[in-house]
Design a protein around this ligand. Sequence first.
Ligand SMILES: Nc1ncnc2c1ncn2[C@@H]1O[C@H](COP(=O)(O)OP(=O)(O)OP(=O)(O)O)[C@@H](O)[C@H]1O
Length: 261
Amino acid sequence: MCQGAPTTTLEGMQNTPPIVSFRSVTKEYGTGAGAVRALDDVTVDIRAGEFTAIMGPSGSGKSTFMNVAAGLDDVTRGEVLVTGQPVHRMTDQQRTLLRRDRVGFVFQAFNLVPTLSAAENIELPFELAGRTLDGETRRWIEHLSTVLGLRDRLGHHPAQLSGGQQQRVAIARALASRPAIVFADEPTGNLDTRTSREVLTLLRTACGEYGQTIAMVSHDPVAASYADRVLVIADGRIAADHNRLAPQDISRLLIGLETAA
Ligand SMILES: Nc1ncnc2c1ncn2[C@@H]1O[C@H](COP(=O)(O)OP(=O)(O)OP(=O)(O)O)[C@@H](O)[C@H]1O
């Protein structure tokens, strides 16, 4: 649980259901001799209000984990629950609605629409969902824009913004609908060190101040050190599960896995 998050008592933590639950999840791509097992009997929870980093060597299954958890991909075997809803039994359309209504995304490449202003990008998910912005949501977006330092950039288009500003717009867009979980895929991969630190601090603030649940895939031990919990995936399995770690401890953990392989 993030420091300062709304539910901080042990009792509260025990009573809070996980946002994502994997139960014996296996995901295979292809069939027969060419089949690849990207997730191998994974059982793990992403807990509410926590900032979880998902790490592991290239090809270990991190993206597959995120795609399955976000309802972007189906599973071969096992159960995936998102806010208690059985994603493994959903149709494509139901999964699309789940993503639209309950999930936010932040990507390495920002994924903003170049022809829209920053404000229009932030409001785009509401537009796509056919939802009008009520007063409370407008105030929430204004608040996010202020906290993220975007107030004087809202009329700018992505090409007129720095990488860090573009990623802050993407974070505002992801947080605007108060999703159950935000998935961040290498959110600092295209940013310099200082801007990366700012973006990671903002993600941690979203968790600590607003109780936002965040799962972030990263290769970077420094980025993962901002998280409350570090999950390491190796060969499609959970190889390590730690509470907050310093960057050097995370590096040691990853090097240990590589030498053990
Ligand atoms: N669509 C696909 N078809 C076939 N195999 C796939 C597919 N997607 C992923 N894989 C395989 O599944 C395994 C896990 O891939 P995944 O992309 O989840 O790893 P990753 O940890 O995210 O890797 P990276 O850090 O390099 O992005 C790899 O062996 C990969 O080649």
